[in-house]
Design a protein around this ligand. Structure first.
Ligand code: PMP
Length: 339
């Protein structure tokens, strides 16, 4: 029997785990994928959004009639829009002027207000998106800035929900957890919980774009969106987000864009899981890990969002060709890349 809910917010979390029977065939250890794109808002960020809103209410930062503000064009904005509107708040999403129009459209569809500002400016420029958003939060009475990068309720969502779900779904047999690192909330919360509950028996692997700073890259830009840390020419952040716990991550797999993007495409074609590019990076990393392991090991990889948001990018042959990712005949076979 499928669940019946009184409110969509009650349906956040509880996502299924799928064995990657084809992509994972013949590797040392089985690989299972946690399908966060099946969440009500379409991504893993629904969990963080709910957790941050409830924490802000508990702490008295958000009261009836209040306004939720965040600089986000993506999944966190959708999560905050759904949770925020359901709980009666006004929701304002600050979106980069470089962001695709569809991203603002979906936020408005969920009832959020969209404020656009520039991001290709020095961080201290008053017109920079982050400063515009901070100013709005200071000026609007009852406004609360979610600040997912430094908000402890972001990783805490995964300590309380994602981690326990994976532990239970694998019957405690998980030995390796693989995820991308954006704010770090997912990997720190889920990985931290799994380490604690297993008495340190779970290895946590970060899937990082090859040039990202998290895994030791040079900080140059890359194509895979929403994960990693790169040096914006004008905006040099000199610290990690507080949502990221460096001590939880045992190792990084540094994945080139091409391998991430081709893996996202293979995931849809061979497993029927239409996911985004950060899922491609995570699965590519998980396959690398699994081929080094044995039958007593079990790998879980987290798929953060749906491929439907990237139909004109990674899932478009034209886009892939335009950027040279499909240029070699037969390059579609990820396993041939790995072998
Ligand atoms: N992938 C996608 C598609 C995301 O939206 C995010 C969140 N920015 C991540 C991965 C990374 O998750 P986290 O912020 O929890 O590290």
């Amino acid at each position: 029997m499928a669940a019946v809910h009184d409110n969509v917010v009650d349906a956040i979390g509880g996502t299924p785990l799928f064995r990657l029977a084809r992509l994972g065939a013949g590797l040392g250890a089985p690989v299972y994928a946690k399908a966060e794109f099946l969440s009500i808002g379409g991504s893993v960020k629904d969990r963080a959004a709910l957790s941050m809103v409830l924490a802000a209410e508990r702490e008295g930062l958000l009261r009836p009639g209040g306004t939720i503000i965040e600089a986000t064009s993506g999944n966190t904005g959708i999560g905050l829009a759904i949770v925020g509107r359901q709980r009666g708040y006004r929701v304002i999403a600050g979106v980069s002027d470089r962001s695709a129009a569809e991203k603002s459209d979906i936020l408005r569809a969920y009832g959020a207000e969209v404020v656009t500002a520039a991001t290709a400016l020095p961080r201290e420029d008053p017109a920079h998106l982050f400063n515009v958003v901070e100013r709005l939060a200071a000026e609007i009475p009852g406004a609360w800035l979610a600040n997912q990068y430094d908000n402890p309720a972001n990783p805490d969502a995964h300590v309380r929900t994602t981690g326990p779900e994976i532990w239970e779904q694998t019957g405690g047999r998980i030995t390796h957890f693989v995820a991308g690192v954006g704010t770090g909330g997912t990997i720190s919360g889920t990985g931290g919980y799994l380490k604690q509950v297993s008495g340190g028996a779970v290895t946590v692997v970060g899937a990082d774009p090859q040039s990202s700073l998290y895994g030791g890259g040079d900080g140059s830009p890359y194509f895979v969106e929403s994960i990693g840390h790169f040096l914006h020419p004008e905006t040099v952040e000199d610290r990690w987000p507080q949502a990221y716990r460096e001590d939880v991550v045992d190792a990084f797999e540094r994945v080139p864009d091409r391998e991430s993007l081709l893996t996202a495409r293979q995931l849809a074609r061979t497993e029927g899981l239409l996911a985004g590019p950060s899922s491609g990076a995570a699965v590519a990393a998980a396959l690398r890990v699994a081929r080094r392991l044995g039958p007593d090991d079990l790998v879980v990889v987290l798929l953060p969002d749906s491929g439907r948001s990237y139909l004109s990018k990674v899932h478009s042959d034209d886009w892939m060709r335009q950027w040279g990712f499909l240029e070699e005949p037969g390059a579609e076979t990820v396993r041939s890349l790995l072998d």
